[in-house]
Design a protein around this ligand. Sequence first.
Ligand code: C5P
Length: 279
Amino acid sequence: MQSLTILAPAKVNLILKVLGKRRDGYHELRTLFHRISLCDRLVLKKLDRSKFHLTVKGAKLGPVRENLIHRAFKLLRKIKSFQGGLEVTLEKRIPHTAGLGGGSSDAAHFLLGVNRLFKLKLGRKKLLQLGTQLGSDVPFFLYDVNQAIGRGRGEKIKVFLSKNKFWFTLVVPPFKLSTASVYQAFSRRALTRISRDATITSAFSGRLDNDLFQVSCALRSELKQLDLLFDELGVSRRLMSGSGPTMFSIHKSKREAERIARQLRHRKPKARVIICHTE
Ligand code: C5P
């Protein structure tokens, strides 16, 4: 096998509870990751020489050396059995820095892809160890499941399959929110909440909730307006994904998701509105 094409799906967080700030600076989370059909496409080609080349289509990302795929490649390089070269084409469809885990999924699927292409025989444990070094959301994408609970930084995964197929209408505002700045703002504002504890069962009682939402609204007031718009449209099941700024509504049918999408596109012409479903 000389090349491999892989789809890297996005996620939404159906629940995100922040339990406290840890000594390592990260926040202790309980979250419910849900895989969605919106995906990036990765093409991996073996090179004769041990070089690395990344081409990104469909989005302007930062310098290649900062890309998580490149960082994943550098981690793999430290493994003795892997000295191969790669030409990687990444077709971006998942909006980046949007709370949808696109960069994390690309990195996870790159690790899975290289493992297959070069027959490295890395087990789940080793892949998870590499993934955790790349980012808190990466381990979820190393599991081929539609839903899982994330604990710790979000990297400790417990599979929690979704029997339901949901339809989602995503609204991606025309601005970015950096994950680090949202967590920083959360720490500054919510010190009293930090000692609060929640068990997995109470955190996953089925209520949609995102503890970072208020903080993200304080950073960008447009999010509060978007929330009010969902209210006006009669959509009660809506939430922000991760640290935002993407917001989404949940529907039982494609028709309903499309109906809401039409109204959102009309009212928020600068936002990107995307319909997708449980993967
Ligand atoms: O793990 P990742 O690199 O995706 O995290 C980006 C930033 O978000 C971290 O540097 C940290 O500031 C913040 N973060 C956090 N607690 C988490 C996850 C992320 O404080 N559980």
